[in-house]
Write a protein that binds this ligand. Structure first.
Ligand code: PLP
Length: 420
């Protein structure tokens, strides 16, 4: 079959059924606050903050200026060995001071998957240096999404992201356990043997797996279990970091002090690819002291990319100056109220809200979630379906109360008009 070539015919989208993606491509060309403009001139309300990251909203000249200024000075220089650049130094200090890990050291990465890979590698390296090389297993949770690099793929709690790469997981020695069930974690730890477990990794609020908040006392319980069994606790705050739960980090909100915290997305609000890992002194100290200090043989060309770090610093300034963390906390209630009536809709299985400025509307199994998302988009609200037929709501922090209501109202209308 000869197909007419379209512009961008060569683009292979991530996570896409390509025949559908090419037939229904939606091209975004501009953005302002919580709104996006498409190539057809339609304005769409960004109900998902792109992929959970456009926290300060689109089209901020200040971040463009920060990038411009840094690029004119020095686009970047690598940070391997003794090299550094000014924005990376400032950003590391600032993240260490604002994060939930006292005395943290900060490694910078290119994004969330990189951060997860780094944290899992460092967990294993830590135990190797402790003289306990058998502590390698990374325990994660059913429903978890930790990116799609080798470690993220291997610790994924969404089976379809793990399948198809051979008969074992890409990285050996991973295991999964049910979410929000401390007794299950305890059983799993006993079964595998704590002497074999390097770390437990958990999103404080599961994002892509359906927007699932932690049960009462659960994260504390997980931390206690880790501490009592000499297991490192990694909080994956790639979505929850930088205000999404009404606190700078979800670890602050649920009062935990993980050994490592992975971050990305809201660190730059998507204005540049950048991630990082906060590392506690328990792990970092030996790497910083003495002539025989070991070297962590990990790093990326763009670790601490100067322009990305300058953008992150400007993003953090905007969050501070505009009080956007507090605003996200206030909007959490506005959103929870707006989606409340959807609980009674006949096509809705469950509404998940109240764990940050985000919500999941879990549709009944037979309902075509993609058709609902498409109807919302046609009506001007850009929404998407995540795991388990759930509509993701996760707007930018600059969304108004009226726009939050518009999101809930548009979903309701799409459900009302839906025909099996
Ligand atoms: N961890 C979590 C919790 C995420 O939600 C994501 C991305 O959605 C990642 C890691 C991976 O981040 P990235 O896509 O920047 O590699």
């Amino acid at each position: 079959m000869v197909r007419t070539k379209l512009p961008g015919d060569a683009l292979w989208n991530p996570q896409a059924h390509m025949p559908t993606a090419q037939a229904k491509r939606l091209v975004l060309t501009g953005g302002e606050g919580a709104w996006l403009e498409s190539s057809t001139g339609q304005w769409l309300l960004d109900a998902t903050a792109s992929l959970w990251h456009a926290n300060i909203g689109h089209g901020r000249a200040r971040l463009a200026d920060a990038a411009h200024h840094q690029m004119r000075k020095l686009e970047t220089y690598h940070t391997f060995g003794r090299f550094a650049n000014e924005p990376a130094l400032h950003l590391a200090d600032r993240l260490a001071a604002m994060g939930p890990v006292p005395g943290a050291k900060v490694m910078l990465t290119s994004g969330g998957s990189d951060s997860v890979d780094l944290a899992c590698k460092l967990a294993r390296r830590h135990w190797q240096l402790e003289g306990r090389p058998e502590k390698t297993t990374i325990l994660s949770r059913v429903g978890a999404y930790h990116g799609l690099h080798a470690f993220g793929t291997s610790v994924a709690g969404l089976q379809y992201n793990r399948d198809g790469y051979g008969t074992s997981s890409l990285v050996p020695e991973t295991a999964r356990v049910a979410t929000n069930d401390i007794a299950a974690v305890r059983r799993s730890v006993t079964e595998i043997g704590p002497e074999n477990i390097a770390a437990i990794i958990a999103e404080p609020v599961i994002g892509t797996g359906g927007v699932i908040g932690p049960a009462e006392g659960y994260l504390q319980g997980l931390q206690d279990l880790c501490r009592s069994h000499d297991i490192l606790f990694i909080a994956d705050e790639v979505i929850t970091g930088f205000g999404r739960t009404g606190h700078l980090f979800a670890s602050h909100r649920w009062d935990i002090q993980p050994d490592m915290v992975t971050m990305a997305k809201g660190l730059t609000s998507g204005y540049a690819p950048l991630g990082g890992v906060l590392v506690s002194p328990r792990i970092s100290e030996r790497f910083f002291e003495g002539a025989d200090a070991p070297i962590f043989r990990h790093g990326l060309t763009y670790s601490g990319h100067a322009t990305a770090c300058a953008i992150a610093l400007a993003n953090l300034d905007v969050i501070d100056e505009e009080g956007l963390v507090e605003e996200a906390g206030r909007l959490e209630d506005v959103l929870a109220k707006a989606v409340e009536p959807l609980r009674d809709h006949e096509l809705v299985e469950e509404v998940r809200s109240g764990a940050g400025f985000m919500a999941g509307v879990h549709l009944h199994e037979g309902v075509n979630g993609d058709a609902i998302a498409e109807a919302c988009t046609d009506a001007g609200v850009l929404i998407r379906v995540i795991h388990d037929n759930t509509l993701q709501i996760c707007p930018p922090f600059v969304t108004t109360d009226a726009e939050v209501k518009l999101i809930a109202g548009t979903i309701t209308q799409a459900l009302d008009a839906y025909q099996y």
